[in-house]
Design a protein around this ligand. Structure first.
Ligand code: 2P0
Length: 326
């Protein structure tokens, strides 16, 4: 049976940065994200007994090598859980513009987890689905849910209590999330490698861990109370702290370019002029600017005026994973 699922990407407000167990994808700390309405992955999976290997088609092109290996490793876990051994055809379409600076791994593995578990006959939803999506990519466990989501790191060594939960539905608080694309000619350090290197070598990582619970509490309170200034203040500070841990690594590394700083300065200028806007940055040079819908046009126009900005995409809180064609 062919099953099709769709999952949306997410942006972390309080970041996941570091694993305590790399095999089980167990994070050092909880993280909080918003699932986004505009960017998503749609994936069909069919297990068949006439296949000699998994076949992975991405945006209409048959993938090979490392790309298929990542998918096959994840499907091995699904096959093992279900006690089955058939290979699968996986057909995936990314509605995440590669230029948008979002990793498609979160939406990709969330959609793959939903489609593959159902296709193999496992009745997974909610926390079961979130827990298994985590094994594809940590941030994928948050994309199972819509709106405002928290990934609980869990305390057990086997990881059974490490999964995401919804904090607030997408319809309960509308915010504008602007993905500001800058000109980037920088060599990429993959986030997976970047976080491992940081945990191992950064003099500042202990400070990250000591203060993360305070940031999480503030963010949760702000979301429940729809307090935008409180949320913006803590999300911007948390992003800067995450990047500071990289500056304290040995050897140090960073993702920012001059254009990244142009956007950061402009956001601070907007605030000085009375418009509430805050930025966050992931493992790359692009910046996400968060504001209230009433200020969306003004903030977008100001971002588009920056010479080093290429494009601005606008999102709002979006839905969790869903099955298509049912
Ligand atoms: C986050 N990032 O919370 C953080 C902030 C990047 C910076 O989750 O190794 O692709 O697959 O678990 O999920 C990106 O890391 O890493 C990420 P793996 P993932 O969104």
């Amino acid at each position: 049976m062919k099953i099709t699922a769709r999952a949306h990407t997410n942006i972390a407000l309080i970041k996941y940065w570091g694993k305590r167990d790399e095999q089980l994808f167990l994070p050092m700390n909880n993280s909080i994200s918003i699932t986004l309405d505009q960017f998503y992955t749609t994936t069909s999976v069919a297990f068949r007994d006439d296949l000699k290997a998994d076949s992975f088609i991405l945006n209409g092109i048959e993938m090979g090598g490392h790309e298929v290996d990542k998918i096959s490793r994840f499907l091995d876990l699904i096959r093992q859980t279900a006690g089955r051994n058939e290979y699968a055809i996986i057909d995936s379409v990314n509605n995440v513009p590669t230029a948008a600076g979002f990793a498609s791994s979160a939406s990709g593995f969330a959609a793959l987890a939903a489609a593959s578990t159902k296709a193999i006959g496992l009745d997974y939803s909610g926390s079961d689905l979130s827990r298994i999506a985590r094994f594809g990519s940590g941030s994928a466990c948050r994309s199972i849910y819509g709106g405002y989501v928290e990934w609980n790191k869990g305390v057990r060594v086997d990881g059974t209590d490490s999964y995401a939960m919804q904090i607030l539905e997408e319809s309960k608080w509308d915010l504008s999330i602007l993905s500001v694309m800058v000109e980037a000619r920088q060599k990429k350090v993959l986030s997976r490698e970047g976080m491992t290197h940081t945990v191992k070598t950064s003099d500042f990582y202990s400070g990250w861990l000591e203060t993360i619970d305070a940031d999480l509490n503030l963010a949760r309170e702000a979301i429940h109370g729809r307090d935008f200034e409180k949320l913006g203040t803590v999300l911007e500070r948390n992003a800067l702290k995450m990047h500071a841990t990289m500056l304290g690594a040995n050897p140090p590394f960073f993702y920012w370019t001059g254009a990244t700083l142009d956007v950061m300065h402009t956001v601070q200028e907007l605030r000085d002029s009375g418009i509430q806007a805050y930025f966050t940055i992931d493992a790359g040079p692009n910046v996400k600017v968060i504001c209230q819908p009433k200020d969306e046009m003004a903030v977008k126009e100001r971002m588009q005026q920056i010479q080093t900005v290429r494009e601005v995409f606008v999102c709002h809180p979006g839905p969790g994973v869903s099955y298509i064609g049912e």
